[in-house]
Design a protein around this ligand. Structure first.
Ligand SMILES: Nc1ncnc2c1ncn2[C@@H]1O[C@H](COP(=O)(O)OP(=O)(O)OP(=O)(O)O)[C@@H](O)[C@H]1O
Ligand SMILES: [Mg+2]
Length: 276
């Protein structure tokens, strides 16, 4: 694995960045009760980019919500840097599928938003420097003063990702951030995010439906089962880093894609009563 960030206190102790231990959660009461996560355990280690892949409705977003501190598990524990998650915290940068940027703020102000919230800990020069860095990293130079309504979907997601990075989070939590984009933009965004994260060395948990996207971006992939959900398997991605457009046609990539597509297909045929 590549070098870790210097400010990462967990390295010395080997404490995982994100730790899910036998996490259980369900919704509803009585006969309407639906068990969703049925004992899910896995870690995201320091500097790792881990994708979570699983059938629709298996609880991927729920898992991310638990790590973000927006909800609480019924049983089991969720820890970040060795401490239980008790609520939302600025050490987690969250990016959602829907464009969660403020329509009334410019690109620059959206990216700086989290930093200005913590103004007591950042002076203006630091905020400007961080904002500039992520404007460049996400290829938004020239659009600093644009309002979101004038941007394409891909560019809006770049603003959302830049904003998440800018607060210097301990972990990045992303829930299908590219799902609404067309195929070509999506590949471009995967490449941009991969390059950005190689440079930044953040620990990340990335939710996706896309086998291709999971392989391209990740060092490991956690595959979840159908509901009630457990970990089906955890796979190392043997495709060398850095990944480029050519990586997608490498034998390792193709072999892992074949395997994962088969796994996903078998799960979806289970969900839909055996139809292919
Ligand atoms: N707050 C809630 N109240 C009731 N049910 C919920 C709630 N949150 C999630 N669920 C249910 O839990 C299950 C898992 O939802 P979740 O959104 O986590 O799935 P997912 O794997 O992200 O699905 P998708 O791939 O479609 O995004 C679904 O059946 C959903 O209806
Ligand atoms: Mg979801």
């Amino acid at each position: 694995m590549s070098e870790h960030r210097l400010d990462d206190g967990a390295i010395a102790t080997g404490v995982p960045k994100i730790h899910f231990d036998d996490v259980r959660i369900g919704f509803g009461k009585g006969a309407k009760r639906k068990e969703v996560l049925d004992g899910v355990s896995f870690d995201v280690r320091s500097g790792e980019f881990v994708s979570v892949l699983g059938p629709s409705g298996c609880g991927k977003s729920t898992l991310l919500t638990l790590a973000a501190g927006f909800a609480k598990a019924d049983a089991g524990s969720v820890e970040i840097d060795g401490s239980p998650v008790v609520g939302p915290h600025h050490d987690r940068g969250v990016v959602f599928q829907q464009y969660a940027i403020f329509p009334w703020l410019t690109v620059r102000k959206n990216i700086a938003f989290g930093l200005t919230l913590r103004a007591n800990r950042h002076n203006k020069a630091d905020i400007n420097a961080a904002t500039d860095r992520y404007i460049d990293l996400m290829g938004l130079r020239g659009f600093e003063d644009a309002l979101p309504k004038t941007l394409s979907g891909g560019m809006r997601q770049r603003v959302a990702i830049a904003r998440a990075y800018a607060t210097n989070p301990s972990v990045l939590l992303m829930d299908e951030p590219f799902a609404a984009l067309d195929a070509q933009t999506r590949e471009f965004m995967q490449e941009l995010l991969h390059e950005a994260n190689l440079e930044e060395q953040r620990s990340a948990m990335f939710i996706t439906h896309s086998v291709e996207e999971a392989i391209f971006l990740s060092s490991r992939i956690v595959v979840l089962s159908n509901r009630p959900t457990r970990v089906h398997e955890i796979l190392d991605v043997p495709v060398p880093m850095p990944r480029t457009a050519e990586s997608r046609t490498s034998p390792e990539f193709i072999e892992l894609r074949r395997h994962l597509e088969e796994v996903m297909r078998s799960m979806s045929s289970f969900t839909h009563g055996g139809t292919p």
